[in-house]
Design a protein around this ligand. Structure first.
Ligand code: LMR
Length: 396
């Protein structure tokens, strides 16, 4: 029965990680997958996380199942991070949150929910985007429509074409937006542009879905939520997928959340029952450890302050590496102007490197990046930056 199965292509991002592991040359540099590295090139466990974990280990008294929606306290704290602790949406109980298996798990719950419980056929996705967005919505049989995001010449947001494309989104269409730190471009709308998008969305009746995987890695926890909160103020309904992989460094614990905002508490409560049905038929209920860790940190003033400080340090290191990267490219003789890299937000930079140049970096210098030209700036360290910039200039 299985002999006719054709091999699937390697994942464009996770496949790179596997290839990098098997790489025997030295030096080698991995700027593929979006994982934070500190100045020493390690992906450490955050101190606040470690402390929360040891508290949990000491206090945990049962391994009984969680409810289908996961750790309740985690869900409530997630809403506060998203909308702000004083949000009316929270006070009015219009939001329902369920714990998910990372941001991808939340997106898949969102896609299943949209497919089964709404009339939406189309999902509008930025071009370019994180490749798994297309795969997830294809998997539930939705029609994917692209909207332009990136002006390759100006290395900036392609605002006019973005608006032109999204003007074709009809009432009830889903519009997927990256909450901050757009993946792969690192280019986000300004607060005024978010407001214009939110106005258009209300006017045209879209169902916004925010993919919010990098809160705190752009400009700050509240600053990064500007887009989502602008939409939340004027929309009756919206959906959010959040991830704690990056801002808590909890990659392999798979901690995320799916949040649904409805017009009122009653509608939200009914919709939640359908979300739970979806979860029950996929994985029944989630694992506790990662979400309990996040809840322990966020509910304790001292741990929360420690986490915030560590996150700030991560964000600042990435910004510093952006500046140094641009400076060194110049120093090694790059003719192009790479200053745009310092304007981008979050872990990623859309470097402008072509697929051929990325291939050459891998083949000739053991430097791994995504073929779209996306590089993970968080993977740049003092140790690899000179080798990296020198090699890049050689392939330009
Ligand atoms: C990335 O874009 O590198 C991350 O979101 C990791 C992933 O799952 O692709």
């Amino acid at each position: 029965m299985f002999e006719n199965i054709k091999a699937a292509p390697a994942d464009p991002i996770l496949g790179l990680g596997e290839a990098f592991k098997a790489e025997t040359r030295s030096p080698k540099v991995n700027l593929g997958i979006g994982v934070y590295k500190d100045a020493q090139g390690n992906t450490p466990i955050m101190k606040a996380v470690k402390e929360a974990e040891s508290r949990l280990l000491a206090q945990e008294s049962t391994k009984n199942y969680l409810g289908i929606d996961g750790v309740q306290e985690f869900n409530a704290l997630t809403q506060e991070l998203l909308f702000g602790a004083d949000s009316e949406i929270i006070a009015q109980k219009r939001a329902k949150t369920v714990q998910s298996l990372g941001g991808t798990g939340a997106l898949r719950i969102a896609a299943e929910f949209i497919k089964r419980q709404t009339k939406a056929q189309n999902v509008w996705i930025s071009a370019p985007t994180w490749p798994n967005h297309n795969a997830i919505f294809n998997a539930v049989g939705m029609t994917i429509r692209d909207y332009r995001w990136y002006d390759a010449e100006k290395k900036a947001l392609d605002w006019d074409n973005l608006i032109a494309d999204l003007s074709n989104a009809s009432e009830g269409d889903v519009v997927l937006l990256h909450g901050c730190c757009h993946n792969p471009t690192g280019i986000d709308p300004t607060p005024e542009q978010w407001q214009a998008l939110a106005d258009l969305s209300v006017k045209n009746g879209w169902l916004p879905l925010f993919d919010f995987a990098y809160q705190g890695l752009g400009n700050g926890l509240d600053e990064d939520a500007v887009g989502l909160r602008t939409f939340a103020k004027c929309h009756k309904e919206l959906l959010v997928s959040s991830s704690y992989s990056k801002n808590f460094g909890l990659y392999n614990e798979r901690v995320g959340a799916f949040t649904l905002v409805a017009e009122n508490a009653e509608v939200a409560a009914v919709a939640l029952t359908q979300v739970k049905t979806i979860i029950r038929t996929i994985y029944s209920n989630p694992a506790s450890h990662g979400a309990a860790t996040v809840a322990t940190v966020l509910s304790d003033a001292k741990l929360r302050a420690e986490w915030d400080a560590e996150l700030t340090e991560m964000r600042n290191r990435i910004k510093q590496m952006r500046g140094k990267f641009v400076e060194l490219l110049k120093e090694f003789g790059a003719q192009q102007n790479f200053n745009f890299i310092t304007e981008q937000n979050g872990m990623f930079s859309f470097s402008g490197l072509t697929a051929e140049q990325v291939d050459r970096l891998k083949d000739e210098f053991a430097i791994y990046a995504v073929r779209s030209g996306r590089i993970n700036v968080a993977g740049i360290t003092e140790d690899n930056i000179r080798y990296l910039c020198e090699s890049i200039v050689k392939v330009l």
